[in-house]
Design a protein around this ligand. Structure first.
Ligand code: NAP
Length: 417
C-alpha cells in the first residue's frame, strides 16, 4: 500500500539557484506528447519511479514523483546522469536543487500552487501552468492516482488562497513587471515591436502593450496558425519563425518568449533584423532559458530586460503581500492535515477494489484444485447446491470488508468540515 512518504519533489527554483541557471534544467525536445511520454517513461524506468509530473515555469523546474526511494546523494547522482548528462561542469543538480519528501513535498506543492513560493508572490499564472503540466503528464500516462490526489488538493488550496486572502489582490505577473520596466524607459508609442512567440505569455505581453497605446507590431512564431491568432489581436502581420532573418521592417523593441531551449535570436539573425540601423534597441527576453543569445547585449547597443532583472520590482511586491503569508500558511496547514486523512482513506478504497477479485480467485481455486476430486465425485444436484452456497458466501464475504471500509471513509469525510 502507498504511504504519504512516497511523495517526493526535486526542484530547481529562483530560491535554490540563480534564475539564469534554471534554464539548464528545462527538459528539451518534449514539444509533442510522444516525445514527452518517451522522456518521462525513460526517467521513471531508470530511477524506479511509480508516477511522475514535470513542471517548468519561468522561475522553477519541478519534478513531483512517487517512489519508495529516498532522495539521497546516490539518487541525485543517478538522476543527474539520467536526466542531465550534459550539465556544464560548474553546475550540479545537488547544489542547484531542493528536495522534499512526504508531508513536506505536499506542503511545497501547495505553496507553489498558491504562489507563495513564486518570485512574484500572488501571480496566478502558476496555477494554470501547474494544471497544464498535470494534464499533459496525465495524458501521456506518466501520472497515476497519487499525483491526481495531490494536484486536486493543490488546486483546491490555491483557489481558497486566492479567493479568501489578499495575496491575489492587485494582480501582478512577471509580464506586468516587465512592462513596467519597459514603460520606465519611456519608449515611443510608435515604436516598431517584434514579438517572437505567440504563447500565453506573449499574448499577455501583447494585451499590456495595446493597453499602453503601442500599435506597431509584427509577430513571428514557430507555427503560423498561432502567430496569426496573436497578430489578429494586435492588428498586424504574422510570419513563421523560420522567416525571421528575411524580415526587412526593422525594429525598436524586440520581445521574445517561447519555450525553445536553444537561443532563437543569434548574432547573425540579430544583424539581419537590425537592417543597418544602429539606434539603441530594447530587448525583452522572458524565456527560460533565454531566447536571445547572451553575447548580443555585449556586441550591440541595447537595453536588456529579462526576468533576472525584475527582482528589484519584485521586492516591492513582496512587501505588500508578506502580511498575507500567515493566512496562506494557515490554509495550507489545514489542507495538509485533511490530505493525510484523504490519502489514507483512498488507500483503503483502492485496497478494497481487490477484495472481490481475490475472493473469486479463492473460490475458483477451491473448486478447481483443492476440493476438485471430492466435488467431482458428488451427484450433480449436490454439486449445484454447493455452488449456490459458495456464491452466497462469496457475496456475503465481499460485502463485509467493503461495508467496513465505507464506514471508515464516511468517518473521514465527516471530519472534513
Ligand atoms: N507564463 C508565465 O507567467 C511566464 C512568465 C515569464 C516567462 N515565461 C516563460 O515563457 C516561455 C513561454 O511560456 P508560455 O507560457 O508562453 O508557453 P506556451 O503558451 O506554451 O507557448 C509556447 C510558445 O513557445 C513556442 N515554442 C515552443 N517550442 C518552441 C521551439 N522549440 N522553437 C520555437 N518556438 C517554440 C510555441 O510555438 P507554437 O505556437 O508553434 O507551439 C509558443 O509560441 C517559457 O520559457 C516560460 O518559462 C512564462
Amino acid at each position: 500500500m502507498n504511504t504519504l512518504s512516497s511523495y517526493k519533489i526535486l526542484t530547481i527554483t529562483h530560491k535554490s539557484t540563480q534564475l539564469k541557471n534554471i534554464g539548464n534544467f528545462v527538459l528539451s525536445g518534449i514539444d509533442n506528447d510522444f516525445a514527452l511520454q518517451q522522456k518521462l517513461e525513460s526517467i521513471k524506468q531508470s530511477l524506479g519511479l511509480d508516477e511522475l509530473l514535470y513542471l517548468s515555469t519561468c522561475n522553477r523546474v519541478l519534478f513531483l514523483f512517487t517512489s519508495s526511494d529516498e532522495i539521497d546523494n546516490l539518487f541525485l547522482k543517478r538522476f543527474e546522469s539520467e536526466v542531465y548528462p550534459n550539465l556544464a561542469s560548474k553546475i550540479s543538480l545537488k547544489e542547484s536543487s531542493v528536495r522534499y519528501s512526504g508531508d513536506e513535498a505536499i506542503k511545497h506543492l501547495l505553496e507553489v500552487a498558491s504562489s507563495t513560493d513564486s518570485m512574484v508572490i500572488g501571480e496566478r499564472e502558476i496555477l494554470r501552468q501547474l494544471r497544464e503540466a498535470y494534464d499533459r503528464c496525465y495524458k501521456v500516462g506518466a501520472t497515476g492516482d497519487s499525483i491526481r490526489l495531490a494536484i486536486r488538493l493543490a488546486i483546491e488550496a490555491a483557489k481558497e488562497v486566492y479567493s479568501t486572502t489578499r495575496i491575489g489582490q492587485k494582480p501582478v505577473s512577471v509580464v506586468s513587471l516587465a512592462i513596467r520596466n519597459l514603460l520606465a524607459k519611456k519608449p515611443s508609442k510608435d515604436a516598431r515591436i517584434i514579438l517572437i512567440g505567440a504563447g500565453q505569455t506573449n499574448t499577455l505581453v501583447g494585451k499590456f502593450l495595446l493597453k499602453y497605446g503601442f500599435h506597431n507590431f509584427v509577430v513571428f512564431n514557430r507555427s503560423l496558425e498561432n502567430a496569426k491568432e496573436l497578430a489578429s489581436m494586435l492588428d498586424c502581420s504574422a510570419y513563421k519563425l523560420d522567416q525571421i532573418s528575411k524580415y526587412k521592417g526593422g525594429f525598436d523593441i524586440l520581445v521574445t518568449c517561447t519555450a525553445a531551449t536553444e537561443p532563437i535570436i543569434t548574432n547573425s539573425i540579430y544583424i539581419d533584423l537590425l537592417q543597418n540601423n544602429d539606434d539603441k534597441k530594447i530587448l525583452i527576453d522572458l524565456s527560460v532559458p533565454n531566447n536571445i543569445d547572451h553575447s548580443i547585449q555585449n556586441n550591440f547597443f541595447t537595453t536588456y530586460i529579462e526576468i533576472e532583472g525584475l527582482k528589484e520590482l519584485v521586492s516591492e511586491n513582496i512587501a505588500f503581500r508578506e502580511t498575507e503569508i500567515n493566512d496562506v500558511q494557515a490554509i495550507i496547514n489545514k489542507r495538509l492535515k485533511l490530505f493525510n486523512k484523504i490519502f489514507k482513506a483512498r488507500q483503503v478504497e483502492l485496497a478494497m477494489k481487490e477484495v472481490p477479485t481475490q475472493i473469486k480467485a479463492i473460490r475458483e481455486h477451491a473448486v478447481s484444485s483443492v476440493f476438485k476430486n471430492e466435488v467431482s465425485s458428488l451427484d450433480d444436484d449436490v454439486q449445484e447446491l454447493i455452488n449456490r452456497m459458495m456464491s452466497y458466501m462469496e457475496k456475503r464475504c465481499i460485502a463485509i470488508p467493503i461495508k467496513a471500509a465505507k464506514e471508515h471513509l464516511a468517518g473521514v469525510v465527516s471530519t472534513k468540515k
